[in-house]
Design a protein around this ligand. Structure first.
Ligand SMILES: Cc1cc2nc3c(=O)[nH]c(=O)nc-3n(C[C@H](O)[C@H](O)[C@H](O)COP(=O)(O)OP(=O)(O)OC[C@H]3O[C@@H](n4cnc5c(N)ncnc54)[C@H](O)[C@@H]3O)c2cc1C
Length: 421
């Protein structure tokens, strides 16, 4: 708990449970759009931003491709100048297909001329994103409790009653809106009886940072192989080394063998699969693997409850959609509550941020984008397994490009849904 002496029972307007990318971003957005609202962010891990390192699942060794629309949201929060220090711009996406000589390329200026500063997006290492978000939280009106694990939740007419374990002490917290942001496989959803639908893709994503012999020049590479898609995302240069973030999809069972290879052998296998479009790949860091599933909560809102982030939807990561979708959800929720506060003014104190109508309004606004984005991500594995010519033609458009250019993505999602029927 940061700089606070806990008393037995506390009250808040919004309690966000889970301080990962979703929870921390929502807290900042609420502070921005809803001045005067009491927001409490509860995270079970301790947070030491002085060390510039956070031991939270969100802020591990991954890197995140942030689309231009999401950069605009960070800019609105005043965070773009800071984020820019750690981010590598994506100026072009180059798509190639193993077994086809032709490739495709998506340029920032041509395809997304309304984009943020002429970029399709930017890539930032999660390990840099986390401390940046928590530095901003420390300067905001948000109350950050960490380590603070929500052990028990009970809903009542006015909101939720939480039991929070902070070190050895249990504190009670009453909130008018409970935001569930405790990640995939959410214990809070289980407590609330919110079921989750799951699809196991039978694949893993191998993730690591690689060193390149030459400059990537802001190009994000995407390579389709028989085994699944690979992405090489530009990262800022460090200690004179040109770097990129690798996401390599592989079938279940081969992830341990690949991740355990000595560096030289791993590099050789990687170069064979990826080809030479990005030049020679000269270094590889520690390889981490993530099982690939789609998981979707059957309900995302109730009176006094909203779900955001992985607890609401956990997507196939190769298209780089999960956090971008979450940020759009969070921005909408904060904007709707802010507008309600301004319109109802004094009366807002009675109805509060968890009112059923408000929650349903939030869900209605987000449904279509979620349906398209989740539908699109779900089609990814089958598209890459397919040898159908039309499908392989669509593949040439590139997942990252589609992720970064929303209009094209929407059109693609409709087509992909038709193909997969
Ligand atoms: C390999 C990979 C690559 C990805 N790449 C991209 C990308 O390029 N672009 C993109 O947009 N998205 C990407 N994503 C998706 C992105 O990582 C997720 O959207 C993001 O991690 C969402 O995090 P979260 O905060 O919802 O969940 P989590 O990161 O799981 O955070 C949940 C937090 O809740 C805390 N917690 C849990 N239970 C409690 C409790 N009871 N009390 C208090 N705290 C609790 C946990 O400690 C944790 O810190 C990728 C995902 C993967 C797996």
């Amino acid at each position: 708990m940061t700089g606070k002496q806990m008393v037995d029972k506390q009250m808040t307007d919004v309690a966000i449970v889970g301080g990962g990318m979703a929870g921390a971003s929502l807290a900042l957005l609420l502070a921005h759009h809803c001045p005067g609202l009491k927001v409490t962010l509860l995270e079970r891990q301790s947070i030491a931003i002085e060390a510039d390192e956070l031991k939270l699942p969100s802020f591990d060794t991954r890197a995140t491709a942030i689309a231009a629309g999401s950069l605009r949201i960070f800019d609105e929060l005043g965070l773009w100048p800071e984020l820019q220090k750690y981010a590598a711009p994506i100026r072009r996406v180059q798509v190639s297909d193993r077994g086809h000589s032709l490739g495709a390329s998506l340029q920032a200026q041509r395809e997304a001329d309304a984009s943020f500063a002429g970029m399709l997006g930017a890539v930032v290492e999660n390990a840099a994103l986390g401390p940046m978000l928590y530095r901003a939280l420390a300067e905001s009106a948000v109350d950050v409790w960490a380590p603070a694990e929500v052990a028990k939740v009970e809903m009542h007419l006015q909101g939720a009653h939480l039991e929070v374990q902070c070190d050895t002490q249990v504190t009670k917290l009453d909130t008018r809106l409970l935001v569930v942001a405790d990640g995939a496989d959410s214990a809070l959803c289980r407590q609330l009886g919110i079921a989750t639908e799951k699809v196991d893709y039978q694949q893993h994503a191998l993730v690591t940072t690689v060193g390149l012999q030459r400059d990537h020049a802001g190009v994000a590479y995407e390579r389709f192989t028989d085994r699944g898609p690979m992405a090489l995302l530009p990262l800022p240069k460090r200690d004179g080394v040109h770097r990129a973030a690798l996401v390599w999809t592989c079938e279940n069972g081969s992830e341990q063998e690949l991740a355990g290879l000595p560096e030289a052998e791993f590099l050789q296998r990687l170069q064979d699969s990826f080809g030479w479009r990005a030049g020679r790949i000269v270094r590889a860091g520690k390889v981490h693997s993530y099982p690939l599933t789609l998981s979707l909560a059957r309900e995302q809102v109730r009176r006094g409850v909203a779900l955001v982030g992985n607890s609401a939807h956990f997507l196939h990561p190769v298209a780089g959609q999960g956090f971008n979708l979450t940020l759009r959800d969070c921005e909408t929720l904060a904007r709707i509550i802010g507008r309600e506060m301004a319109e109802k003014d004094a009366n807002f104190a009675q109805s509060g941020p968890g009112e059923l109508e408000l929650m349903q309004h939030f869900w209605r606004e987000r449904q279509q984008d979620q349906m398209l984005t989740i539908g699109f991500s779900d089609k990814v594995p089958s598209l890459f397994a397919s040898r159908n010519l039309l499908v392989s033609g669509l593949r040439q458009l590139g997942l990252l490009g589609l992720a970064l250019a929303p209009t094209t993505r929407a059109a693609f999602a409709r087509q992909a849904a038709g193909i997969a029927r």
